[in-house]
Design a protein around this ligand. Sequence first.
Ligand SMILES: [Fe+2]
Length: 315
Amino acid sequence: MSTSMNTEHLISSLRSVEIGLPDVAATEKFFVDTWHLDVAVRTNDIVYLRGTGADHHLIALRHSDAPALYAITLKATSSMALDTIAELTMRHGGRVLQTKHAVQDPAGGEAITIIDPQGRVLKIVHGDVRHDGCVPDAPHNADKPIRLAHAVLNSVDVAAAMPFYEKVLGFKLSDRTKIMAFIRIPQGEKTNGFGDHHSIALADADNNCLNHIAFVMPTLESVMRGGGRMRDAGFEIEWGPGRHGPGDNAFNYFVGPAGFVIEYTAEVEQVDDSYVVRGPADWKWPVGRVDQWGISAPPSSKLKQAQREISFIKP
Ligand SMILES: [Fe+2]
């Protein structure tokens, strides 16, 4: 197998994150009552929470003494893609923690578990359960997350982290700012050939922690109402409302239970292969601005601190 093989067909989407925290019951209550996910399945030790889209779940909650990130799960396009990704993982400095196996969680399917060269645990799954009859646009779903938008992962060396995502998982660079590399799934789930501007971003940092997890809301209005709902529940908007440069998405950021940074977002730019990559020199804000609207104060110090607190578990 050539190391320069085309890997763009291997991954189809970002599905879910699996997190550990001390109080699963309280966190479930938050994610259902305030964040507006629904319980897909609850087992003895893990709660699986879904959005209104087809993904079986978007978050799995399990107990751990300290908040931790167990895995980020991506969907593969085929069973054979899992084999290819496993082989490429070993060629590009990662490790295969679990070879292809039948998944024991309620989403099922088959999967491999890999770890990238900087210690991020990734589950790649194929053939998992999908929900039928989803109507995210229905009025009763107007304030519910549909699916994950993206995960942003800090990196002590973004340039060193990037090749794994490009050469093993087939991600493609959409934009590079002074602080972040936005990467997309080029042949993932598309509408008329267009897909999300990014599904992962690697953020320049002095750590490899979780920066944040973003959820797609149906509309800009629902991002706004979500901000109000969170404030009612005692969670201040730590950054937002605003609209990003790269990705052009509207946002509200919060520090959620156990210190996980979560984002409501909408209107993520849809791009195709003709998208022209821009660099740090192209993405400059005027003095005093860090988003397109300029309504919100910059990210709070509480948010910035939370974005460096939660690490992947060491398997
Ligand atoms: Fe984000």
